[in-house]
Design a protein around this ligand. Structure first.
Ligand code: B12
Ligand code: SF4
Ligand code: SF4
Length: 338
């Protein structure tokens, strides 16, 4: 039997801020919400979510004999900069996937030492086929707000979530966090693209975060990025539970980081080598130079005074054909077939 108190101490000693324990059950209500989200096509082109629907709804298909989901969270320091272009705070520093994977591995090894090699302790973060937010709410880490984010009553929503899933039962399970959104609708009202179909339900097709991070290839003609080059924080910025003065120890991204003062001109001048070097440790590498320049060109199209058109024209001869296409499109030249 897992000693939850001892396990929590181990996890906190690795620099995490929140820990909660829940049984590996997805309620019928949650699974219906998830399935109708998919049915409505709100997952846009993220086919990887659909591919592993079963494991998300039936966690025992993900880990045979699963008994406990230990939800682990770490806060990052959000800052609102007055840059000409915006980056979501979560991308400011080192890729959190790498950090979580490394630490969860160490914790799993410690737990195996204590409880024996017969048990499995599997670290997950973001990409595993798990409904992380459903488990986080069940584990008392926070409630799922109308903006979809898990919000902790004391410290708000600027944190990452990971899990250790295991086939050992725990001597303690948390109770779910109650919803504290009340009559507030600030996030729904502030979303610049009206991405919320209704409270708690996000249509990814309309979300700037989806368009800038997940969408591949050319973006639709009507896509608006409202100056966001990577991700979007608006529905968190307006949430009254996010208090900027509420700082914790060991927050990720304490100092200044490479996206903090990045200008549009700088992005448009990055070559492949420059991009690789600058974003070696950042999750931005996921969208590649092509994706970042695509986003930057759309921002420029929305506000041409940001940088001289020559920066865009230079890209007509770029080594990457898609970038040539985005640049011509930004200048509204005849782009032909891509
Ligand atoms: C796909 C994905 C996205 C997609 C889709 C977002 C979405 N709302 O699902 C896009 C690219 C848009 C995205 C954006 C962002 N994401 Co994201 N994303 C994910 C990912 C990989 C899967 C989420 C998923 O399964 N979605 C499917 C939906 C249906 O599931 P859900 O959000 O859990 O939805 C529940 C509710 O919608 C509810 N529900 C549905 N209908 C209804 C109706 C009613 C009436 C009610 C009450 C409830 C309800 O039930 C659903 C099932 O539990 C998770 C990691 C993971 N493995 O879970 C990270 C994750 C959710 N993302 C995260 C982050 C940080 C973000 C961004 C803030 C990044 C940014 N700054 O740009 C934005 C926030 C956008 C937003 N407001 O949600 C964090 C959230 C941390 C937290 N504190 O909550 C996660 C957990 C990653 C991590 N490991 O830290 N993301
Ligand atoms: S991340 Fe931005 S675009 Fe997406 S729902 Fe929130 S406010 Fe809207
Ligand atoms: S802004 Fe208001 S409605 Fe939206 S998540 Fe925060 S408290 Fe809930």
């Amino acid at each position: 039997m897992l000693n939850a108190k001892n396990c929590q101490e181990i996890i906190l000693s690795h620099g995490f801020h929140l820990v909660g324990f829940t049984r590996p059950e997805i309620s019928e209500e949650t699974s219906n919400h998830f399935l109708s989200w998919l049915e409505n096509g709100y997952d846009a082109d993220m086919a990887w979510i659909r591919k592993r629907t079963d494991e998300r709804i039936f966690p025992e298909k993900y880990l045979d004999g699963i008994q406990t989901v230990i939800v682990i969270a770490k806060y990052y320091k959000n800052i609102k900069l007055s840059n000409e272009i915006k980056f979501s705070s979560y991308i400011r520093g080192q890729d959190y996937h790498d950090l979580f994977k490394k630490e969860l591995k160490k914790i799993s090894l410690e737990l195996n030492k204590t409880y024996g090699e017969d048990y499995t302790f599997r670290g997950c973060v973001d990409t595993s086929p798990i409904l992380e937010r459903a488990f986080a709410q069940q584990a008392g880490v926070g409630w799922q707000g109308k903006n979809g984010m898990i919000i902790n009553e004391k410290h708000g929503s600027y944190f990452f979530i990971g899990e250790i899933v295991t086939d050992i039962a725990s001597d303690f399970y948390n109770t779910a966090s109650p919803d504290r959104c009340g009559t507030c609708t600030r996030c729904l009202d502030a979303c610049p693209t009206d991405a919320f179909v209704k409270p708690y339900v996000l249509d990814s097709n309309k979300c700037i975060s989806y368009q800038t991070i997940e969408a591949r290839g050319a973006l639709g003609d009507n896509v608006e990025l409202s100056d966001w080059a990577y991700g979007c924080d608006i529905c968190q910025e307006v949430c009254p539970w996010n208090n900027e003065n509420d700082l914790l120890q060991n927050m990720l991204y304490e100092g200044e980081h490479f996206t903090d003062n990045l200008s549009l001109a700088e992005i448009l001048q990055l070559d492949e080598e420059g991009f690789r070097t600058k974003f070696k440790k950042s999750a931005i590498k996921r969208i590649k130079r092509e994706g970042l320049i695509r986003n930057a060109l759309i921002i420029w199209q929305e506000n041409r005074s940001l940088v001289d058109a020559n920066y865009v024209k230079r890209l007509f001869n770029d080594e990457n054909k898609n970038i040539q296409f985005y640049a011509r499109k930004a200048l509204e030249l005849d782009v032909g077939d891509n």
